[in-house]
Design a protein around this ligand. Structure first.
Ligand code: DGI
Ligand code: FE
Ligand code: FE
Length: 191
């Protein structure tokens, strides 16, 4: 079996609810365009985009069970809002069930929700494309898209700023990795 973009496109079409599938295709299209723009591997970007939310085929309860079984709980805060762990589950599946060996793809999928310090260009691209794909609609999303298209680093920092502000406003706990990622990127860009 050739586990390429076509394979995963068909897999998520079958396994994910329609709205989630539509979001996934939106991330694929936008991630490919950004990869082209910044001279990154377009095939890798598509594969990461297509698979980033594939663990959402499992119920949240099952996600927690699998995350414990596969040793993918890294912070006690992961369990405060278990919505944040599905990327790690998908990366684990890609590596262990589908023999995907490209570490950058695995990292981009694993870290697409919270980021991590020292993200690679592909990791930043998937993190940001997830938030700003064509189907997303929230105040300021066009500004984020423009920033991103102009500059991947600054655009990603703007995406993190947006996320931190949004979580604060809606009184949700900010995960330590979100803060670490935000501070890391801010420091790297001011050097
Ligand atoms: O899977 P998606 O819906 O496409 O988007 P996502 O993977 O970026 O986010 C999944 C969920 O995680 C979403 O409900 C927002 C939430 N989230 C992201 N960062 C944080 C967070 N929740 C908390 N409490 N703290 C965070 O830092
Ligand atoms: Fe996600
Ligand atoms: Fe997503």
């Amino acid at each position: 079996m050739n586990y390429n973009a076509s394979f995963f496109r068909a897999l998520v079409a079958e396994k994910l609810p329609y709205e989630r599938f539509k979001h996934t295709i939106g991330v694929e299209v936008w991630a490919r365009e950004l990869a082209r723009r910044f001279g990154l591997d377009q095939e890798a970007a598509c594969l990461a985009a297509l698979t980033h939310d594939m663990a959402k085929q499992f119920s949240l309860e099952d996600q927690v069970v699998k995350a414990k079984e596969w040793n993918l709980i890294y912070y006690s805060e992961d369990l405060d809002n278990p919505q944040v762990i599905h990327g790690r589950l998908a990366a684990y599946q890609l590596e262990n069930e589908y023999q995907i060996k490209n570490r950058d793809i695995l990292n981009a999928v694993a870290n697409h929700t919270l980021g991590r310090p020292n993200m690679s260009p592909l990791e930043m691209l998937i993190y940001s494309a997830d938030l700003t794909e064509p189907g997303r609609d929230f105040p300021g999303v066009d500004k984020l898209r423009r920033k991103l298209y102009y500059d991947l680093n600054k655009g990603t920092l703007a995406c993190l700023e947006h996320t931190v502000q949004y979580l604060k406003k809606s009184n949700q706990g900010i995960h330590p990795l979100t803060l670490l990622t935000y501070n890391d990127l801010k420091n790297r860009l001011s050097e």
